[in-house]
Design a binder for this molecule. Structure first.
Ligand SMILES: O=C(O)C1=C[C@@H](OP(=O)(O)O)[C@@H](O)[C@H](O)C1
Ligand SMILES: C=C(OP(=O)(O)O)C(=O)O
Length: 428
């Protein structure tokens, strides 16, 4: 039983596009729904997580028409959102859960929210605690630390908050709460995390200002409708870029991919490890940098990945770990304890999968140590129902000597439903 995967035995020489950015797709649905009037979203990611965000806003009374990756949102305006008559399901999506909690805390009605088994084990207190400080009323098990949660929307009070976790989801939740709160809300982050919410709030006419690492937002009763073009997701592109970096003789270009500085840690790491990386045709579209990225095979070497770069590549660590198995020498990843509270404990999952495939890899409290270079072999492995672990295993199977059996591939639909087809196309 399971999904059987076989090695490729030849280089990849191709170009491709990847689907729209997951983080930006979520934010586009939320802000276009809050705006007054019709907005269009181009290149929206049709992954399950983003569909959960569409569903949540529809439950609040917003009309959202979807034709593939083209979306029309008939924004209702902040004051016209409606009380849902059933609990809202966030599925597997941490981003939907955290951002929606920030919004719902300040809307004048009652909402019950829940998620799947994985999401029900992920910490929500990181958003609930600061929201309670703003005056929110949120109830749930273990002091409202976990889903399911019940929210009785309140008029919130702006506040100043220094983020204790390096999390764009927490920052974004509090900015959305701040948009509805009385007075000013200031969020201070000591390490920059992805700033798509700030970029998009500006584009929609919110009253937001950024000074160094302090972001201040104040109450705004109306946002302007605005069309959003979603760039290709660099977190999805990372799987193919690493494939090109580890399959001898390969060269791959991913076109029109998002190159926001808060997301490009993977490019820095590929360069630092000695892969050949070229960026062309950079331009700004809908307030975000995009461009074409070409990675060509070169023997990579081990490196140290720690500190401020971690939030810039947090979702790419599973695929970076695979890259490190093919590097000469040791790679150390530190300061990435957040991996333990993702869709699964990604430190344990990556170490388990890659050791079964023949890598020399050890878990640490906040990361992992990988001793390269190892020849990978076939094995039976699990995706842990985590899309990024599943896609990493598929890429690993391209270079493993022998058959890799993956227990379940359905988790890939969370962020990249067409992943296997796109991979097949570039492997031809
Ligand atoms: O804001 C976002 O869209 C995201 C932020 C990150 O999570 P954290 O905020 O928990 O670091 C990232 O891991 C997640 O995939 C998407
Ligand atoms: C961690 C992820 O997403 P989320 O937190 O939205 O579930 C991810 O996509 O890797």
């Amino acid at each position: 039983m399971g999904y059987e995967l076989y090695p490729i035995n030849r280089p990849i020489n191709s170009e491709m596009k990847v689907p729209g950015d997951k983080s930006i797709s979520h934010r586009a649905i939320i802000l276009t729904s809050l705006a007054n009037g019709k907005s269009r979203i181009y290149n929206f990611l049709e992954g399950e997580d983003c569909l959960r965000t569409i569903d949540a806003l529809r439950k609040l009374g917003v009309t959202i028409e979807q034709e593939g990756s083209y979306i029309e949102v008939h924004g209702k305006g902040i004051n016209k959102l409606e009380e849902p008559n059933a609990p809202i399901y966030f599925g597997n999506s941490g981003t939907t859960a955290r951002l929606m909690l920030g919004l719902l805390a300040g809307l004048p009605f009652f909402t019950a929210v829940y998620g799947d088994a994985s999401l029900s084990n992920r910490p929500m207190n990181r958003v609930v605690q600061p929201l309670l400080e703003m005056g929110a009323l949120i109830e749930g098990r273990q002091n409202a630390a976990y889903l399911p949660l019940a929210i009785k929307g309140q008029k919130l009070m702006g506040f100043t908050y220094k983020l204790p976790v390096k999390s764009a989801q927490v920052k974004s939740a509090l900015l959305l709460a701040g948009l509805l709160a009385n007075g000013e809300t200031t969020i201070i982050e000591d390490v920059a995390t992805r700033d798509h919410t700030e970029n998009m709030l500006k584009a929609f006419g919110a009253d937001i200002s950024i000074h160094g690492n302090e972001i201040t937002i104040s109450n705004k009763q109306s946002l302007q409708a605005n069309d959003v073009y979603v760039p290709g997701d660099i977190s999805s592109a990372a799987f193919f870029l690493v494939a090109a970096a580890i399959i001898p003789g390969s060269s791959l270009t991913v076109k029109q991919v998002g190159l926001n500085q808060t997301r490009t840690g993977i490019i820095d790491v590929l360069e630092q490890m000695g892969a050949s990386v070229e960026i062309h045709d950079e331009q700004k579209k809908s307030g975000e940098m995009i461009g074409n990225v070409t990675v060509s095979y070169q023997q990579v070497k081990g490196t140290i990945i720690e500190g401020d770069i971690i939030p810039r590549l947090i979702d790419e660590i599973p695929i970076i770990a695979l890259l490190a198995t093919q590097a000469e020498g040791k790679t150390v990843i530190r300061d990435a304890q957040e991996l333990r509270v993702k869709e699964t404990d990604r430190i344990e999952a990556v170490v388990d999968v890659l050791s079964k495939l023949g890598a020399r890899i050890e878990a640490t409290d906040d990361g992992m140590v990988i001793y390269g270079k190892s020849e990978l072999h076939g094995a039976e492995v699990s995706s842990y129902h985590d899309h990024r672990i599943g896609m990493m295993i598929v890429i690993a199977s391209l270079i493993a000597k022998g058959k890799v059996t993956l227990d379940d591939i359905s988790s890939i639909n969370i962020s990249y439903p067409n992943f296997l087809n796109d991979l097949k196309n570039i492997c031809q």
